[in-house]
Write a protein that binds this ligand. Structure first.
Ligand SMILES: [Zn+2]
Ligand SMILES: [Zn+2]
Length: 262
């Protein structure tokens, strides 16, 4: 029997979140609708025994505290943009309790970037304090790799995100998580058909060079026919209820705190 999965959507905002700082603020979003408060994109995928975090942006500490997450078995990083990695340092305390290094899985191109930016999290240097131990272990993965973490099976896919490529992930052949994507190579797209649940970028109404806009996301969803689909990485232009009103049946904008059981 396939292991049951619980997906908790921790964040659904674009890189600046909603509200954004400065005069952008809530943009076109209704501040009175709680679903419009969007932290940076991340999700948690859980089986009975295993907790896997996908991405660790600048909101990650508050996101994990809010959901009372006491342990992580692995972190998957989709790509190197700041809204997906700049909270990595916040995950250090997961190492403190049992001194087991937290495993960070990402594509080797992104891994190079992480080493550059967060070398101390993975390697001890001559300037490290004597008591300091690097809390994380970096695990390089490739596109279209099968990964098993405890009782959860994951397939990585390649996605185009403008100037760079990103990783998408399919869990137990049932759930696809595809953020920060504007195009798919056919080999990736073919793996996304007929899933139970698909969470996919839907930035805003107008096209964008690096993120799918609503009509493109809807076209993909129609073709792929998941049982249900949710949009994520929404911009301050994308008010929850307004987006919901244009969504096809079985599609809706995700919101922070959404829990999906598969
Ligand atoms: Zn992003
Ligand atoms: Zn990005």
């Amino acid at each position: 029997m396939t292991q049951k999965l619980k997906i908790t959507v921790l964040g659904t905002g674009t890189s600046v979140g909603i509200p954004a700082l400065g005069s952008l603020g809530w943009g076109k979003c209704d501040p009175n609708n709680k679903k419009n408060k969007r932290q940076r994109c991340a999700i948690l995928v859980q089986s009975d025994d295993i907790n896997i975090l996908i991405d660790a942006g600048p909101d990650i500490k508050n996101q994990l505290i809010e959901h009372n997450i006491k342990k992580l078995d692995a972190v998957l990083i989709t790509h190197q943009h700041a809204d997906h990695i700049s909270g990595l340092d916040e995950l250090r305390p997961f190492y403190f309790y049992n001194k087991v290094k937290l495993k960070i899985y990402t594509h080797f191109e992104t891994a190079k970037f992480l080493i550059n930016r967060f070398d101390y999290l993975f390697n001890k240097s001559s300037t490290s304090q004597s008591y300091f131990q690097p809390p994380f272990e970096l695990i390089n993965i490739d596109y279209f790799q099968d990964i098993k973490i405890g009782d959860i099976n994951i397939k990585s896919i390649q996605q185009n995100h403008g100037a760079i490529d990103t990783l998408g992930f399919i869990f137990n052949k049932l759930f696809g998580y595809c953020t920060d994507v504007v195009d798919f190579p056919p080999e990736s797209f073919n793996l996304l058909y007929n899933l139970d649940v698909l969470i996919i970028t839907g930035l805003r109404k107008n096209p964008h060079i690096a993120h799918a806009h609503f009509d493109l996301s809807f076209k993909w969803i129609k073709e792929l026919s998941p049982k249900s689909a949710y949009l994520t990485h929404l911009s301050p232009e994308s008010d929850h209820d307004t987006v919901l009103s244009i969504c096809p049946k079985n599609v809706e904008p995700a919101h922070d705190g959404l829990v999906i059981n598969i």
